[in-house]
Write a protein that binds this ligand. Structure first.
Ligand code: SAH
Ligand code: SF4
Ligand code: F3S
Length: 437
């Protein structure tokens, strides 16, 4: 009888990719993926705890499985990821959801196979969360599900300790993979026909810092030198470590997309200092200037937080002005969420919810209006799209240009994984509509 698995993923791209690694482990054990959790013999929740709502979402969904598990006693429920890695959270989870069979953390995902085998032999729940990060596992076999895009981890963990952020606590210290392993993985991916690679890390610019390995710009150059037509992206770039060398590498290699995600978080120096971001708005603008000097058409996207403790109206207005000045092509906007154990959680001056809400509404409106107005400039232009999917609702194929802009088009044959050239006929909000030429 075939055994089925279902994975629910929360959080960032790194977590999405880690779910592909979990899928790899499950398929090695003979499980096949299924769409509905009700059909699964094993259900894995790969959680996130970056903000309170991510955590609540996971708790809510795990809670809903109680009934299913009562009727399907042999089903295995496993919970892993950043939420379980928080100190004491595994016990809280076990107490709240005693029907969860396996709880593992971010540092021991590669041992999931052993945990499953152990659980199959014992009645008791398997609770295994390791406090320290240990060595990097280089021989993972992810079951990739995002063709034609592929993610590759280049670093794990983070050393920056931005005062609001839980990541350094749940992902451990920064560790870099060896460049030869990254390049080998990239070569294999390209030889399998993938058309886009995204190198992943919390701060890719500090790749291999303090080791004898090559720098991040050099790594980009070597991956870009692999034969074949493909796009190369990377995230996330921390502004404090963004270098001229990196701007040059982008300019020199046509495969590296002219689109950089450079989270600024706030446009106020007082807030940036309290956030421990280690740059000022002036430093940030200087980096943008360097980037544009080498790559004039490079677009920028960013992350922004409103309602950080003690953020004044004036600080917030500075953020709005800053967003206008840089002219981001899009941005992720978040309301500050207090994370237990971080420095900011202990700060006085937490901002009332109504104020944060009204600030984020204004910020979203500004970001959207910028994105919309940039969209209109596309009309009549010719763009190269990498087709990623078919949108069933629209009945159209969809893909992105190198700047990350989504475009829809009709095509008689399956275009997924193909580069197509479109003439843009219409811009509707953030989306573009075009015809193949
Ligand atoms: N390493 C990346 C970001 C990882 S987290 C970087 O430094 O840019 C992704 C985004 O979540 C962050 O950029 C930040 O904008 C947001 N974020 C992190 N912690 C948060 C918190 N406590 N409340 C609200 N947003 C948060
Ligand atoms: Fe969090 Fe800052 Fe590290 Fe990004 S750089 S993961 S925001 S601590
Ligand atoms: Fe990512 Fe969430 Fe962890 S954003 S690193 S899955 S806390």
């Amino acid at each position: 009888m075939t055994k089925f698995y279902h994975i629910t993923t929360y959080g960032c791209q790194m977590n999405v990719h880690e779910s592909e690694k979990i899928a790899g482990i499950l398929s090695e054990l003979g499980y096949e993926s299924c769409q509905n959790i009700e059909d699964a013999d094993i259900a894995v929740f790969n959680t996130c705890c970056i903000r309170e709502n991510a955590e609540n979402h996971a708790f809510g969904n795990i809670g809903m499985l109680k009934k299913l598990k009562r009727n399907k006693k042999d089903m295995i429920i496993a919970v892993g990821g950043c939420l379980t890695q928080q100190i004491g959270k595994a016990d809280v989870l076990h107490e709240k959801f005693p029907y969860v069979d396996i709880i593992f953390g971010t540092h021991n995902l590669n041992k999931l196979k052993d945990f499953i085998l152990k659980k199959q032999k014992q009645k008791k729940a398997v609770i295994e969360v390791e406090e320290s990060e240990g060595a990097i596992c280089e021989d993972e076999k992810p079951l990739r599900t995002s063709y034609p895009n592929a993610w590759i981890n280049i670093t794990y963990g983070c050393n920056n300790f931005c005062s609001y952020c839980i990541v350094p606590y749940v992902r451990g210290r920064e560790r870099s993979r060896r460049s030869e392993n990254i390049i080998k993985e990239a070569e294999q991916i390209i030889s399998k026909g993938y058309k886009e690679i995204t190198l992943l890390g919390q701060n890719v610019n500090s790749y291999a810092n303090g080791t004898d390995d090559i720098s991040f710009p050099e790594l980009l150059r070597r991956v870009a030198a692999i034969d074949g037509k493909f796009r190369l992206r990377f995230m996330t770039s921390h502004p404090k470590d963004f270098s001229e060398e990196l701007a040059k590498a982008i300019a020199e290699n046509p495969k590296i997309c002219h689109s950089v995600h450079l989270p600024v978080q706030s446009g106020s120096n007082a807030v940036l200092k309290a956030m421990n971001r280690k740059y000022t708005v002036e430093d940030y603008l200087k980096k943008v200037e360097i980037l544009k000097r080498y790559v004039p058409d490079c677009t920028l996207t960013t992350d922004l937080i409103v309602g950080f403790p003690n953020e004044t109206d004036e600080d917030f207005e500075d953020t709005l002005r800053f967003v206008e000045k840089v002219g981001y092509s899009s941005a992720f906007t978040y309301v500050y969420s207090k994370r237990e154990g971080t420095v900011a959680a202990k700060m006085d001056g937490q901002i009332p919810e109504e104020i944060s809400k009204s600030r984020i509404m204004r910020l979203i409106e500004l970001v959207n209006s910028q994105t919309r107005s940039q969209s209109t400039h596309y009309v009549g232009k010719t763009v190269e799209i990498l087709c990623e999917d078919f949108d069933k609702k629209k009945g159209l194929y969809q893909g992105r240009d190198e700047y990350g802009r989504m475009a829809y088009f009709a095509c008689e044959k399956n275009a997924i994984g193909e580069f197509v050239t479109l003439k843009i006929k219409e811009a509707n909000g953030i989306s573009l509509y075009g015809e193949i030429i």
